[in-house]
Design a protein around this ligand. Sequence first.
Ligand code: AMP
Ligand code: ZN
Length: 482
Amino acid sequence: MQKIKIFNNLTRSKEELKTVTPGLVKFYSCGPTTYDFLHVGNARALVVGDLFHRVMKSLGYQVTFVRNYTDVDDKIIDRANELKVSSIEHADRFVKECEKDMQYLGMIPATFTPKVTETMKEIIQMIEDLIKNGFAYEINGEVLYHVPLFKEYGKLSKVQLESLQHGIRVEVDGHKKHPSDFVLWKPAKSGEPFWESPWGNGRPGWHIECSAMAKKYLGKTIDLHHGGVDLQFPHHENEIAQSEAANSCEFCHTWAHNEFLNFGSEKMSKSLGNVVTIRKFVETYSGEVLRHILLSVHYRSKLDWSEEAIEKAVQEMERIHQFTIDLKKAFINGVIGEEMVTDLIVTEEKIKEELANDFNVPAAMGLFFGMIKDFNRVSKMGALNTNYAKKLREITSFIQESTGLVHKDAEDIMKKLNQTKKNLKGSSAGDEGQIEKLIEERKIARSTKNWARSDEIRAELTKLGVEVKDNPDGTVSWTYKA
Ligand code: AMP
Ligand code: ZN
């Protein structure tokens, strides 16, 4: 098991990952609210959670990973009312769509994926515990958390309770004892879904669900909690306040947050209307390309959405998968690369160290690309040394497992990438039928030594955005130019 260092937002410093049980990580990540198709910004949070899960497993940890679905929420109820469907049905439909998106993104399954609707008993129990412990109070069927009683409030986000009061008009929410008090249970309005509780029919506030789900599946104290940076306050601050007040012990030792995916200088979000959905992207390009873009920068850096980012991802993915195709076909039992094996063992260690160093994917991939470059240089010289080929395969499958950036069916990915390049070119790209015809015509021209016609066809193909490759075995292949 390789020790992992992670930037803990609670202490604002990089620390060794501490776990209650040695070798086992109890990991919770805040999942999506299922009211519509997710956008590529949401995908960043999902893929970063998946990255943590994969890397920890690949480095030898056992991981119990919980990622929830918020399937009871104002946005879901509003949308369902607009569409005149039940909110439970509406939320369920988008849980299924979200599951599809996660497959497109190449995510491995979480251990548990609970929903609010399935956790009501535990949510109500936790609110009862908070009332019993004196941290929550009920007024007219509504239950509120009394923030000033939790002395450590603000320890994650570093907000101070006094500054929270500033400018808040207390009389707006006259029933609150303190302006920062937040809702744990709200009474049902007509037309809304509700559940029975000791305080009457109603539904839970947003924050309590994560505290209750984490406890149900991971216990009172968990090791690692993740979400987008916007969730740090108030959501995660409130989770800490709830869990620690209800359970009388530490909730979570390490808090990690991914930065935003931005559109221009703004956050990509539904309310700003600058949204690209995962589904739209997958239909136009591919889920693998999206994953590659999302992991192209460190999770704590901002990521700007751009066409250049798509182009760069395509080029890198072609380099990776051409390499895996070439490696599969390479002759072995030779001497090529023999003297590089020792260096490669060092590279393998460095890749692991980079991933164990706060999940530094760009640095690990930089080392991987260096390895590919060396392979491309020497592999043309003859048959590879068996140990060299074996080490290359081992490192490649480690990258595959830990990052999900290498895909098993390389030929299929190359086809998808070709399609992506075509879609990036838009209407200037020739269609496949027309290209195949010209390639056939060029073959005939070459076999009859009609070089003038052959050159003409090549020029036509160039205009259609196509690159032609005459392979050593006499076959001809083509791709759209990057
Ligand atoms: P929501 O459905 O808004 O609760 O968001 C689900 C997850 O996506 C949360 O972890 C958010 O922090 C994250 N998220 C939302 N928008 C973005 C964005 N533009 N970039 C990165 N993460 C985001
Ligand atoms: Zn949460």
